[in-house]
Design a protein around this ligand. Structure first.
Ligand code: ADP
Length: 402
């Protein structure tokens, strides 16, 4: 019998389930989809068959929990001849947001691993419970199949202590596991490796600054394939200005909001995570809409854009200093891949650091990795589309196929 080559990638949120089925012989996608509003009125599944040219299908039906959602996904896949009971399925790869310090590599899920992911819930209260639910659901459906956890934090576990520790009382920090963990690690790992490939080098030979600019956003400094610093911290709140998150603020802002504005801790949490960033500054978190408003002369949108870009520049400068020698700055994720004005503004005036953008190359729209720096530039500036699902599938498959 030939070995199974398919991997199902699951990304479980509290009320959502994203999935892709890949064939690891060539990394091609067989199907992809999303279930939204699980456990809420109006649950909806959108399924897209990607092999054999089937039509995109939608179903709206009550799905009370993740078990019901994955059951519906399994039915859709079966209808395409890709059922989860197939002997071709090698494993399920799960995105798990927080792996703490313990998980620096993809890990086959056992009861003990699940217990550790559960122990990390206090530092990832929104994400880890949903990820655990996804794993348990898939385990129940195919108990015989390896379930592999791929952690968002794993790539950042190589950060040296001087980058990972906050300058707060050591006993308190250790007692509560307070340190900088970083997130989006799967994307930073994939994109930094693909950037080395674009430069025709081995990842061990290049120093790269990765700017992952999606709705959530983070920067990382990667030296010779290893992360040495990243902008997100104990939680994904720290660092860059994001769609709805503030990124860096003086921690005393929270005391002030509590003591002077009388807000509860939960209200402050919601303010900084959901009502800040671009949406807090100008009411929109979609960069397309912000650019449209700027073109119409909207001052609030312009200021939001300028604050976003200013923060980005500060991190680029900081990571140039952290790395010493930089070979490439690379933009990725929704904003990084698509918003040429953000790339142009973020690199503007950084010629002293060897950084510049060629306007014509920057204006090219393409789904391919590409250079946007002028020919012969000392430091490459690149756009490299991220692919977290492919990276999760690759890591999962490499673990189970050996
Ligand atoms: P996430 O995975 O964090 O939800 P994405 O990486 O998909 O986010 O990025 C989503 C964001 O990308 C949107 O909020 C929007 O601001 C931005 N975006 C997507 N397409 C474009 C585009 N064509 N031009 C500018 N910004 C875009």
């Amino acid at each position: 019998m030939t070995s199974p080559t398919r991997v199902l990638v699951l990304n479980s949120g509290s009320s959502s389930l994203k999935y892709q089925l890949l064939d690891m012989r060539d990394g091609s996608r067989l199907a992809a989809g999303l279930v939204e509003r699980i456990g809420e009125p109006g649950s909806r599944l959108v399924h897209t068959p990607l092999a054999g040219g089937g039509e995109r299908r939608e179903r709206t039906a009550p799905m009370a929990d993740h078990t019901a959602a994955l059951g519906a996904v399994a039915e859709e896949l079966s209808a395409d001849g890709l059922g989860l009971d197939s002997p071709d399925l090698a494993a399920v790869g799960h995105r798990v947001v927080h792996g703490g310090l313990r998980f620096s590599a993809p890990t086959v899920v056992t009861d003990e691993v699940l217990a550790e992911v559960e122990r990390l819930v206090p530092v990832a209260p929104l994400h880890n419970p949903a990820n655990i639910t996804g794993i348990r659901t898939a385990m129940a459906l195919r108990p015989d199949l390896p379930q592999v956890a791929v952690f968002d934090t794993a790539f950042h576990t190589t950060m040296p202590e001087h980058a990972a520790r906050y300058a707060i009382d050591t006993e308190t920090a250790d007692a509560h596991r307070i340190r900088r963990y970083g997130f989006h690690g799967t994307s930073h790992a994939y994109v930094s490796r693909e950037t080395a490939r674009l430069l025709g080098k081995d990842p061990s030979e290049v120093n790269v600054i990765v700017l992952h600019l999606g709705n959530g956003a983070s920067a990382s400094a990667v030296a010779g394939g290893r992360c040495v610093d990243t902008s997100m911290g104990l939680t994904p709140l720290e660092g860059l200005v994001m769609g709805t998150r503030s990124g860096d603020v003086d921690p005393a802002v929270t005391f002030h909001l509590r003591r002077v504005a009388g807000m509860s801790v939960d209200e402050i949490d919601t303010l900084l995570n959901k009502k800040s960033g671009l949406v807090g500054l100008c009411g929109d978190n979609d960069m397309r809409e912000i650019r449209r408003r700027i073109d119409e002369g909207d001052e609030r949108a312009k200021l939001a854009f300028d604050i976003y870009v200013h923060r980005l520049k500060k991190y680029v400068g900081a990571y140039c200093a952290v790395l010493g020698r930089v070979d490439a700055v690379v933009f990725t994720a929704g904003v990084g891949e698509n918003a040429a004005p953000v790339r142009e503004a973020a690199m503007e005036g950084l010629e002293q650091l060897g950084l510049a953008v060629d306007p014509e190359l920057n204006a090219v729209r393409s789904g391919e990795p590409r250079l946007i720096s002028p020919q012969g530039a000392r430091v490459a500036v690149a756009v490299v589309p991220t692919d977290e699902e492919l990276e999760i599938a690759r890591q999962t498959y490499s673990l189970v196929s050996n």
